[in-house]
Design a protein around this ligand. Structure first.
Ligand code: ACM
Length: 258
């Protein structure tokens, strides 16, 4: 069995150290193989300027990455954490995948609303990484609205999709049930709660099974962590009927726009 942990937080705007400490305190009380933290979990979200967004931004070899590397090494687990990432003159809305010394960056492909003012569009593409033999893919919040994101991860072999989020539109939690069902993968959405400068985040962090069933859903206002046990091997079975395998039955040539 594979344990997926979620953190649902309410970060204090631009208080990176406090927000990191609060998340680690929640995670320290539970055990998981993979932890998923919200998008921009340590900076907050609703920036006004690029200068403001840069205040908590971290490089992939900076202090936050090093703390997460040491923390995951000491606990024998992996973490996917949404972070404002600084790379030269650019900022990205990124997620650090950290598994002991291993660190890989996913940069959000589909930027939402004002994010386009501060962040460059992601250039990493979608990838998967193993965690204890289980293939884990990463996407960030609004990526969910583009079925290609989750489909690409699933076609690359993802059994678990770690979805760091700061959901504000109402459809994400129900929509992710469909992403799990149509790709026969587990999805783990870690969202935040609270409001920032009038923008309200909807909570409801959740883990969904490959049959679209909810394994856990947190409330709209609570800040807490939870852990769900799952059998990731069920995500390898793409059959929905004895004669229908969702991946083998795909007809890519029919989807061509040419
Ligand atoms: C979002 O992509 N944070 C809505």
């Amino acid at each position: 069995m594979f344990k997926i942990g979620l953190v649902q937080n309410n970060p204090k705007f631009l208080k990176g150290k406090e927000n990191l400490a609060a998340a680690l305190e929640l995670m320290d009380k539970l055990e998981a193989d993979l932890w998923v933290l919200p998008e921009l979990f340590h900076s907050g979200y609703n920036f006004k300027t690029k200068k403001e967004a840069a205040k908590c931004a971290e490089t992939a070899d900076g202090p936050l990455a090093k703390i997460l590397q040491a923390w995951t090494a000491s606990r024998g687990c992996a973490v996917v954490a949404g972070v404002a990432e600084k790379a030269g003159a650019k900022l990205y809305n990124s997620a650090f995948f950290v598994n002991g010394p291993k660190l890989r960056v996913y940069r959000k492909t589909h930027l939402f609303g004002n994010e386009k003012k501060f962040f460059s569009p992601g250039d990493t593409g979608f990838w998967v990484e193993p965690v204890k033999g289980v293939k884990v893919g990463v996407m960030i919040c609004f990526d969910w609205f583009f079925p290609e994101s989750c489909r690409t991860l699933a076609l690359k072999g993802a059994q678990v999709v770690a979805h760091s989020a700061n959901l504000v539109l109402p459809w994400g939690p129900e929509g992710m049930k469909i992403r799990s069902l149509e790709n026969r993968v587990f999805s783990a959405t870690a969202n935040r709660v609270g409001s920032e400068r009038g923008l309200r985040f909807i909570g409801q962090s959740q883990v969904v099974a490959p049959n679209g069933g909810l394994l856990v859903r947190l409330g709209e206002a609570e800040t807490r962590a939870c852990v769900v046990e799952c059998d990731p091997w069920t995500a390898k079975d793409k059959k929905v009927h004895p004669q229908n395998d969702l991946f083998k039955d795909r007809r890519p040539r029919s989807y061509s726009l040419a």
